[in-house]
Design a protein around this ligand. Structure first.
Ligand code: VGL
Ligand code: ZN
Length: 218
């Protein structure tokens, strides 16, 4: 691990993904304390956050489709699309970055999911749009320009936005470490398959304590 060349990516740590939130992830609140510990460490050259930030009536909301319920699957531009409860609506309390974390330390906040007609799970690229393209957010270039070659991902949800961010980071050429214990899944039943899928993609699974135990080498 080269600290200067490592970035910590904090994915969608927002009240709507916490217990009691609009798209609650079980145990989502349990990551806050260990994430704070990492944010306050000197282990990373750069911290970057993503923030799910949908306009009202977003196409990923079940409420935007006739006679569809949250967590059903539909097809959108030839790809499967899960229909979600309304969540992370721009400007709402549930869409804020979690108030218990030191966001003043992040160099950039990537807002995503702003295209009303297309979802965006990854911090690097939108999901497929009507033209069958996945437009980049600019995050890969932003990190490269700052000398980042390794990324450490954490946040919510493990099986959705953290996963897509990790896989796109691999495709963008970064060495990717997945901080498994500071993520939580929407569908924890699929966690074993997810671990294997990530390994197969070249993602390195690790955890917060392992990373924190490394002393910074100047
Ligand atoms: C997410 C579903 C919809 C996530 C965001 O942050 O994992 N999941 N929007
Ligand atoms: Zn969303």
């Amino acid at each position: 691990m080269n600290y200067q060349h490592s970035a910590l990516l904090l994915v969608d740590i927002q009240p709507d993904f916490m217990p009691g939130g609009a798209l609650a992830v079980e145990g989502g609140d349990e990551i806050v304390e260990p994430v704070r510990h990492l944010m306050n460490s000197n282990l990373f050259g750069l911290l970057v956050a993503t923030q799910d930030w949908h306009p009202p009536g977003h196409i990923s909301f079940a409420s935007s489709h006739t006679a569809r319920k949250p967590f059903e699957t539909t097809e959108l531009y030839d790809y499967p699309q899960t229909l979600w409860p309304d969540h992370c609506v721009q400007g709402s309390a549930g869409a804020q970055l979690h108030p218990g974390l030191p966001w003043d330390k992040v160099a950039a906040i990537i807002r995503k999911g702003m295209d009303p007609q297309c979802d965006s799970y990854s911090g690097f690229r939108n999901n497929w749009n009507i033209n069958g393209e996945r437009p980049p957010t600019g995050l890969a270039g932003y990190l490269r320009e700052r000398g980042i070659s390794e990324v450490y991902v954490c946040g919510l949800a493990r099986d959705i936005c953290v996963r897509w961010t990790a896989e796109d980071a691999v495709d963008a050429g970064f060495q990717v470490h997945f901080l498994w214990d500071i993520t939580r899944s929407v569908n924890p039943n699929d966690d074993q398959a997810l671990r294997q899928a990530l390994i197969n993609r070249g993602v390195i699974l690790t955890n917060q304590a392992t990373v924190s135990a490394r002393s910074r080498n100047y």
